[in-house]
Design a protein around this ligand. Sequence first.
Ligand code: 3PG
Length: 205
Amino acid sequence: MSDFSQIDAVMDRSPVIPVLVVHDVAQARPLAEALVAGGLSTLEVTLRTPCALDVISEMSKVEGALVGAGTVLNAEQFEQSVKAGAKFVVSPGLTTSLVEASRAQNVPLLPGIANAGDIMRGLDMGLRRFKFFPAVANGGIPSLKSLSSVFSSLGVRFCPTGGITEQNYKDWLALDSVACVGGSWLTAGNATPEMVKQRAKAITG
Ligand code: 3PG
């Protein structure tokens, strides 16, 4: 197994990672169950709502779900997320303190990058897996293709998020350097668990 086996296990588990902004902890389990039933079981719960840590705990009880924390901005939030049950952590940007927290707690981190300099700082820290964020606003597929061609010999792999939709996710997944994509469209628009399950099934077949 490569040094990146922990984060690869997260990125390769499913082509689409639902990015979840959950406002009511009562919705956590039905939502996670719907996504798992639809075949999408790698779940990123963003720390953008007051109940997010409780949502991570609740979703972690759902059989088959691999629950991580997103929008993690610092080491303290990293630790809180892991205590709540997060098995991976996603951040919008790359910082030394997050990389150190990931190594100290042996929990994989998928840090955001937006340009070549960010990737090079990540490489200096021994990283090869990144979230490309915000993917569409940051130049979209042509931008990631250009970045990928520069770093392809190093085996760098990406999870684009930010502006990924039902309409464009397959185009992103067609890139060699893209392991998976993340997006909030699966649960957008007050979707019921049944709607979420159907949207997931539309991806997983
Ligand atoms: C993220 O946190 O990864 C993004 O905000 C998700 O972006 P989206 O809402 O455009 O899918």
